[in-house]
Design a protein around this ligand. Sequence first.
Ligand code: GLC
Ligand code: GLC
Length: 814
Amino acid sequence: MKYGTFDDKNKEFIINTPYTPYPWINYLGSDDYFVLLSNTAGGYSFFKDARERRITRYRYNNVPIDNEGRHFYIKENNEVWNIGVRPTNTEVDSYVCRVGLGYTKITSLKNDIEATQLAFVPKGYQGEVHKITLENKSDKVKELSLYNYIEFCLWDAYDDMTNFQRNYSIGEVEVDNNTIYHLTEYRERRNHYAFFHVNTDIESFDTQRDNFIGMYNDTSNPIGIKNKTLSNSIAEGWQPIAATQVNVSLQPNEKKTIIYTLGYVENDKEEKWLEDGTLNKSKSHEMIKRIQTEEQVDELLNELSEYWEKMLSKYQITSNDSKLDRMVNIWNQYQTATTYNLSRSASYFESGVGRGMGFRDSNQDLLGYMHMDQIKTRERILDLASTLLYDGGAYHQYSPLTKKGNEGLGGGFNDDPNWLILSTVTYVKETGDYDILDEVIPYESNQNLTGTLLEHLDKCFTKVSDNLGPHNLPLIGRADWNDCLNLNCFSEEPGESFQTVQNKGDGLTAESIFIAGLFIYSAKPYIELLKKLGKKEEASNKQKIIDKMASSVMKHGTDPDWFLRAYDAESNKIGSIENQEGQIFIEPQGMCIMAGIGVENNFAQKALDSAKELLDSKYGMVLNYPAYKSYDYKLGEISSYIPGYKENGGIFCHNNPWVMCANTVVDRNEDAFELYKKIAPAYLEDIQDIHKTEPYVYSQMIAGKEATYSGEAKNSWLTGTSAWNFVAISQYILGIRPEFDGLLIDPKLPKELNNITLKRVYRNTEYVIHISHNEDKGIFIDGEKQETNIIAPVKEQIIIKVHLWYFPILKESF
Ligand code: GLC
Ligand code: GLC
């Protein structure tokens, strides 16, 4: 069943009902100001940090779900409805929501009134715009009232939902004609405020929530709207809101537009007040001035669409598979940019109060993002590296506002350091910017403890190589990529967090084969980089270490038919045929083969056969099989999940692409693409009712084959799935991958893909690559066969044509 369809021409997804199986959202904003907006206009806003600068309030896990947002109500006589249908649920004659790149547009028709809410965050603007258009489609004059409603959050989202004894007595506002200022705590230690502005005269307003909603009503039937006007209440404590009423009279076929802006302003401490002691509004006035007319709004919207055009233009493909084109050209890149912006902080599954920028997560996001924006990538790498601990470990997260490591969570996730090596080296391959390696940056966010980025990388490397267990494999620490495989935790206390509780094991025994694979995968190009820098000796020493690691994996990290997952704190095997449950895990099968382990002696092929046989299912590969059926304190959180969900036998979409990549490493092109199609959203269009989450983005997890509700997805949007799937399809399957000296052209296409034209901008050179099946195998430039498949960029921004005459892997087809 379908609740919407793709519109490739406009780069939109068109949702055709407000009652999707879950709220389907979009993200507005790509700099500092962000909005989550659902298809019924639910959601919230924040500046930089979803916890510390929350602008509007949102109640997670509510009944019904998704109640707060930027709702617009229309009243005609005594009938009230919403443009986005909810929260009144008044039936409308038609409804459509267009999810676009950085904007959402909801249109509905009722009583011959066509109403549209167009929402977006202009580039470089610390605020959001809602352009409302009302059109009278009848031949009678219409007298309407248009109401808006938003509820302010008192800035710190966590405190806001817990500390009521204080917070019910601090809320403050000021109303200045058609602008409502939210000023809570501005009198004391804060130097920021929010403003809500309507570009036309308002009839009335409310800023005290109970006056608008009513103590025993809710957003579906606000009492304020029942009266002729709102009560012009001024909030003192309780819950400050911005609700306004605008009366609109429409002649037959007349159309009117009203523009609403919600903005955020910071003033220097000395400039908080004017001389007469009143609020310094100058910055808000400037912002308001920029958004007064329809032309201004249209212009800003144009700018936004140019921005996205440019972002996506670096990798574009035309193939014989429109679903593939749609994923690669639009949605996969768009989602990855969103993960760059927000890491795992705020979604409809991440409350925005728990997690900042993840060290591991954000490094991985860069892998799929850096071709779009190298300036921001550089900045992020340096931010991440600045939180590295002096011993090469990492703060697992940092705050986007202060850029300081999160003391509460600390470190001890022993895979963390490898991801910084991988993102940095990949960045140098993308840009040729070797200078970044000489940047002097802090450790531990401490300006007095510094070193170059290259020195940071060395610490990352030795942190792993110096911390090996009894089998010469890396110690796992608190956990590796799999946050839930907690082999030293032994938690038996209810409520204890697996992520933060002090480990009880000595930490010197449990080892991770996954980290070994990742260590080698990230160190190989790092060693290449060291050679480029002339550090031959260091390179050769490090080479010896990774060679040794590879042989430890083959010797101690394998079962007859696949890679083991780990050794526990008593040196028992995990992910082995010897286990009752959790006999095989996906992570090492993907990562070890990507690192090249077992490729030469055909072990890799055997491991992939096993993965296909035991892990694969209709909806993708599960993380482990069989799932754990009961809690085992020696394994930790993994065994706490219902079998078939999350890290316990769920289809964790993040590491399916590792298996896709691994398949291309051993030329199993059909298998790689087959798996790609199983989890790529565009191919799941027809099972929207089973899948439930947004059909235009990846979700972190799909319930696995042992789950009752197999195929049902959760945790959409903010997941490393997005970057890794983009890497798998663009760099491994389509096979266009940056190397130090040029662009590698090495497609590993399945038979069904043919006649592809690919455009890749790399170091200011636009590569136009035609790929088609032809017996005359090779890469041709201007008809000339090339000796190498790494094609160097030309300095000027000119177009070179690379014709890749590609011989399909299965020669028997000719
Ligand atoms: C979540 C985390 C990620 C982790 C994964 C597996 O997606 O954000 O860091 O690797 O779970 O546990
Ligand atoms: C839980 C989740 C995991 C996530 C972690 C961090 O363990 O299962 O996916 O990475 O929490 O918050």
